[in-house]
Design a protein around this ligand. Structure first.
Ligand code: FES
Length: 586
């Protein structure tokens, strides 16, 4: 039996106010759920709160990572905003791990698996607790796709607030060998690149430690157009974040204001009953891919957008990236390949200014797509600042792009029959022909680099790093940084892996090679000295070995033993699909 304990507005075809608490009222207005109400009273809710909509506030919060350590504070601000809007905000944290810390520590890479675990945990609490809506606060790379995937599963009104970008750090000592001076801006990518420069004796330990200690000055996701900022861009384009939210630095007062705006937006979404499935379309994904391309975003976006589209029931494939990339220029002069960080983009108007410029001058975007404001993308940015190409150099004009077509290149060939993903800015050239040197473990790579075994013209292959083999596709930021640091960047050496690359990586790098080595993909069959041919214009990646030889090698190949026989990584390796499909587990 269900009775009204606390009268609330009802929706009806007669134009009455809509029901805003249509899930939580199953607890708060149901005489059979007295135990549940007792629990809610004991949790701090008051009598008058029982008729209000309940909003889950999901912060991917924990200490020990600058991308996430401030999210509890932002969540409290969201809760304050909910109270102002007549909503009950109920905070919870989700599990998360740092992409900068957890890439293969002690042989375990929990980073990519955390994406699906974040989705699982938010789906679980939002549905189990009968929340009426959700406001999520992600920070580090995997958080953004994770909270999005949760939203598509529970499909209740949702607003996503990116925790914000970190500010640039600065050197405190000169580094003459690199032509760098105290005060020069640095980011996390520089910290990773120090290792190679130190290993080959280019810089001193003091110079290396200076960069490590000062590259991350406080809270916020990694500051270039790396993966976190790429995915915050995607969420704004997908319409799930408020306009401008993608670029607001974590420590700016605007980020706190965004938390209050999110609560107001939530009230509107509830009143209009706008759910994620009303917002997300194939066109909104195409918008996201286009702007990620325009800004020069991370290769990880391919993996995440494929999985996110699947969670939304939308058919998106790697070929969509190729199609959109062919018609879309790169305009962003952002790190890792360019000069600026996300805070600089924010100062010239952020994503809204870019959208306004692109919408006004091209047909690359569909401005009619709905967003969490209840308005369209185009309506949201109508009053955005206008980019001034005489005073800023963060975004290049369409007449003078960084690159005329997209930088995210999907490669196929006998080395990657499904696909591989590369980031080709053109600065390293568009072709690579060299000889393979193979490593089955990342740890074996560093001694080879330090001893001079890795030389110009080599294709470094680091394999058994895929979704199943890693497991979890550990990012090869260490090797890419070490290669650049050792003076082998700029296309002198190519790096190929069935794992991933951090968004901070640069150079001639190919990742997500599928099928992966652990399931017998051809990357497992390459031998030292084989010729490797990559052509980013033709989108091909091949090993210069004939089919008969590859088959003979395959006959001798044996699958590796699973690295884990219990726990999260065991279940992940058992369930995960190919990177070609987004490495999803659901
Ligand atoms: Fe968290 Fe880079 S390590 S965003």
């Amino acid at each position: 039996m269900s009775v009204d304990i606390h009268p609330v507005p009802r929706s009806s075809s007669s134009g009455e106010a809509p029901v805003l608490n249509k899930y939580s009222r199953l607890l708060t207005q149901n005489v059979a759920m007295g135990g549940a109400r007792a629990m809610l009273y004991a949790s701090g809710m008051k009598h008058e709160d029982m008729s209000k909509p309940q909003i889950g506030i999901s912060a991917v919060w924990w200490e020990g990572n600058p991308c996430n350590n401030h999210l509890d504070d932002l969540a409290k601000k969201v809760k304050e905003g909910c109270e102002l809007e007549g909503l009950v905000g109920l905070q919870h944290a989700t599990v998360g791990v740092s992409d900068g810390i957890t890439q293969g520590n002690q042989g375990m890479s929990y980073s990519l698996p955390s994406r699906d675990l974040i989705a699982d945990s938010i789906e679980m609490i939002v549905n189990a607790q009968s929340h009426d809506g959700n406001i999520s606060l992600p920070g580090c790379d995997k958080n953004m796709p994770g909270v999005f995937m949760a939203a598509m599963r529970h499909n209740k009104p949702t607003v996503i607030i990116y925790g914000g970008t970190i500010q640039a750090g600065a050197r405190t000592v000169d580094c003459p060998a690199l032509g760098a001076k105290a005060g020069d801006p640095i980011s996390i990518g520089d910290a990773f690149e120090q290792r190679g420069a130190f290993e080959v004796g280019t810089i001193t330990e003091v110079e290396m430690e200076d960069v490590i200690r000062h590259s991350c000055p406080g809270s916020g996701g990694c500051g270039g157009m790396f993966t976190a900022n790429t995915m915050s861009t995607a969420l704004e384009l997908l319409g799930m974040s408020l306009p401008g939210g993608a670029t607001i630095p974590a420590v700016y007062p605007e980020k706190q204001q965004e938390c209050l705006r999110a609560a107001k937006a939530m009230r509107n979404l509830l009143e209009k009953d706008i759910k994620p499935s009303d917002i997300i379309t194939k066109a909104s994904f195409e918008n996201a891919i286009a702007v990620i391309t325009i800004l020069g975003g991370s290769t990880n976006s391919v993996l995440h957008l494929l999985a996110m589209a699947r969670s939304a029931g939308i058919e998106l494939t790697v070929d969509d990236f190729t199609r959109i990339g062919r018609r879309t220029p790169v305009l962003g002069n952002l790190k890792p390949s360019g000069d600026y960080v996300f805070e600089d983009l924010h100062k010239i108007g952020g994503i809204p200014a870019v959208l306004k410029y692109i919408l006004a001058n091209t047909d690359l975007l569909d401005g009619s797509q709905l967003t969490v404001t209840g308005k369209t993308l185009a309506e949201n940015v109508a009053d955005a600042p206008t980019l001034d190409f005489t005073t800023q150099n963060v975004i290049y004009p369409l007449s003078k792009p960084v690159k005329a077509t997209g930088h995210l290149c999907i490669l196929k060939g006998n080395l990657a029959p499904e696909s591989a993903v590369s980031k080709i800015t053109g600065k390293e050239g568009t072709q690579f022909h060299g000889t393979a040197i193979c490593f089955d473990k990342e740890d074996d790579f560093y001694p080879a680099l330090a001893s001079g075994r890795i030389r110009e013209g080599m294709a470094v292959i680091i394999r058994y790093q895929g979704p199943r083999g890693g497991p979890g596709m550990p990012e090869q930021l260490g090797p890419t940084g070490a290669i650049v640091g050792a003076g082998l960047g700029k296309g002198k050496v190519c790096l190929i892996t069935d794992g991933r690359f951090s968004g901070a990586s640069r150079g001639f790098i190919i990742g997500h090679v599928s099928p992966e080595a652990a399931v017998g993909g051809p990357i497992a069959l390459v031998e030292d000295g084989d010729e490797i041919h990559i052509d980013a214009e033709k989108c091909t990646i091949d090993v210069g070995v004939d089919d008969a030889t590859l088959e003979a090698r395959r006959a001798k190949w044996t699958p590796p033993k699973p690295k884990h026989t219990r726990g999260v990584l065991y279940r992940y390796a058992r369930d995960v699909k190919s990177a070609h499909l987004g490495a999803y587990t659901d």
